[in-house]
Design a protein around this ligand. Structure first.
Ligand code: FE2
Ligand code: FE2
Length: 191
């Protein structure tokens, strides 16, 4: 049989335990909210960028079609547009990929089932895009030097081929990333 002071001590210990649990639960909710806020902020940056990227990807395809139609003798206008687009993918888009790797990919990695392998694939896409963009830029530079005398058929075909390969990589990556973000948002839904 416990004495009244022992019963009081037990009751106080129970109360302390309840408070400790409550503080822990509140801290977990606060942490989840901060993580969710960070995720939403990262998502907003990515979505804003993606609007612009999609426009540029579409513009790349259109400019390649124009170049094919213009042929070896009249490539000037299409090449000027392609140079601007190549500069965009080499600078602004490269920065976008860096931002994703820093702010978005950790969320995907932690949230989506098999997030590690998904993020590894997205990172490989980024590297492949950068490499292909460089090949395209090199080919564009050669074409720009030669174009006043008219391009050879071989240079024109190379340029269109590199451009289309870059377009395919960008398009496939945009789809994979959108799918991954959707999956991440579903996983983060409460309950
Ligand atoms: Fe992206
Ligand atoms: Fe990306």
């Amino acid at each position: 049989m416990k004495t009244s002071s022992e019963r009081l001590a037990d009751a106080m210990e129970q109360t302390r335990r309840k408070w400790r649990l409550r503080i822990k639960a509140e801290a977990a909710v606060a942490e989840a909210t901060i993580n969710l806020d960070q995720f939403m902020a990262a998502l907003k940056v990515v979505e804003d960028d993606h609007q612009l990227v999609l426009e540029k990807v579409q513009a790349l395809r259109n400019a390649l079609c124009c170049l094919s139609e213009a042929g070896e003798q009249q490539p000037h206008q299409a090449i000027a547009i392609l140079k601007d687009l190549s500069a965009f993918f080499g600078a602004r888009f490269a920065k976008h990929m860096e931002e994703e790797e820093k702010n978005l990919f950790p969320f995907l990695e932690q949230t989506v089932p098999e997030g590690g392998s998904l993020v590894a694939r997205l990172r490989l896409d980024h590297t492949a895009i950068l490499n292909k963009r460089q090949e395209f830029a090199d080919c564009l530079e050669i074409a720009a030097e030669l174009m006043d005398d008219g391009l050879s058929r071989a240079v024109l075909l190379d340029l269109v081929a590199f451009g289309l390969e870059l377009w395919e990589l960008l398009d496939a990556h945009a789809h994979a990333e959108t799918q991954a973000i959707r999956q991440c948002m579903v996983c983060r839904l409460p309950g």
